[in-house]
Design a protein around this ligand. Structure first.
Ligand SMILES: CC(C)(COP(=O)(O)OP(=O)(O)OC[C@H]1O[C@@H](n2cnc3c(N)ncnc32)[C@H](O)[C@@H]1OP(=O)(O)O)[C@@H](O)C(=O)NCCC(=O)NCCS
Length: 310
């Protein structure tokens, strides 16, 4: 069987975006999750910014792409994600290695660097693809869930926290400062700028009423930003970003902020709470397990250092 023909696009036109979006929709309906992370998906639908490459794989006899990979240059590393059409997954290993290999060639030709390839619900075939292209297993992200509303036993008598809704056009700078302090060691959530938050504000799911801020003496001490996923079954109420300013850590705020977020989600009618957490984030994993969250599945990063090649 021949290998797919891979087109490398630095900018995605309307036709490319439509073809790839159709592939992502089919994959999502089969896999139960979106194949591209949110940052990557926004890059795609906005046609790609600097450091972007979309790789579209075609096979003779098929009028739709059989696979798609995307690389985006971040401040310290490259993000790479890929998806193979569910109808072509009998050849997942071969098509995957081809499209991921082509994506790594782009990275090499652009000066090389550290690469993160995130795979939701990885299987041994994904391990094999990674090995084939010279990447190793890296970070693991846990998706945790718990039923809503939260029962009294898991509240451990915590008093509800005073929170207010985020105000668009007013709270961005203050929130960015606390977010970037809380996530100073985090590769994706730290180092956000005004453009990143304004981008989120434009998303259809964005609801400032579910973006909760807790202030003490006029200072932002912590926040819990929720995101409702209505189009999945069951609908999920996500604790999207939660953080306590480092000056306020260890005072029980994190726990009460999560509860405030979960209560808000339950009030919106959600019956399942969900969040992602780095498996190595001991403070956060401990906090969530204590609140009755359990692991639904794992997402894995495959990582490697790619040498520059002309
Ligand atoms: C995770 C975070 C929100 C916790 O906030 P906090 O205000 O310190 O939380 P709390 O004071 O309510 O403590 C929550 C629990 O974590 C525990 N904890 C705090 N730091 C810890 C650490 N370094 N290791 C292990 N447990 C820790 C506390 O002991 C407490 O457990 P307990 O209730 O059994 O005593 C905060 O550390 C933070 O903002 N981290 C950076 C951002 C982040 O990682 N967010 C989560 C991403 S999913």
């Amino acid at each position: 069987m021949s290998l797919p023909r891979v087109e490398v696009k630095r900018q995605m036109g309307r036709g490319d975006i439509d073809a790839v979006s159709a592939l992502l929709d089919v994959a999502e309906s089969v896999d139960g999750h979106r194949p591209l992370g949110e940052h990557q998906w926004l890059d795609l639908v906005q046609g790609g910014r600097e450091g972007f490459a979309g790789l579209v794989a075609w096979e003779p006899g098929h009028d739709h792409p059989v696979a798609y990979a995307q690389v985006t240059r971040g401040p310290e590393s490259w993000a790479l994600e890929f998806v193979v059409d569910p109808h072509h997954r009998d050849r997942l290993a071969a098509i995957g290695a081809e499209v991921v290999g082509a994506a790594l060639d782009v990275v090499a030709s652009e000066g090389g660097g550290h690469v993160h390839m995130w795979v939701p619900k990885p299987t041994p075939v994904h391990d094999a693809i990674a090995t084939d292209v010279g990447l190793q297993r890296g970070r693991e992200l846990l998706q945790l869930r718990r039923p809503l509303p939260v029962d009294e036993a898991h509240r451990s008598g915590a008093e509800p926290l005073a929170v207010r809704a985020f105000v668009v056009g007013q709270d961005e700078e203050t929130w960015l400062e606390v977010n970037n302090r809380a996530f100073r060691h985090h590769p994706e959530q730290g180092g956000w700028d005004v453009e990143t938050i304004r981008n989120r504000e434009k998303q259809p799911w964005f609801d400032p009423d579910g973006f909760l801020l807790h202030e003490q003496d006029g200072r932002l001490a912590g926040f819990c930003w929720t995101k409702v996923h209505k189009d999945v079954d069951p609908p999920l109420g996500e604790i999207y970003v939660i953080g306590t300013d480092p000056d306020f850590e260890g005072q029980g705020l994190g726990r009460r902020l999560v509860l405030a977020g979960l209560d808000w989600l339950a009030g919106e009618g959600l019956t399942v709470g969900m969040l992602y957490v780095d498996a190595t984030n001991k403070a956060a994993v401990h906090l969530y397990e204590n609140l009755g969250f359990t692991v639904d599945h794992v997402d894995r990063a495959y990582v490697g250092d790619i040498a520059a090649r002309p």
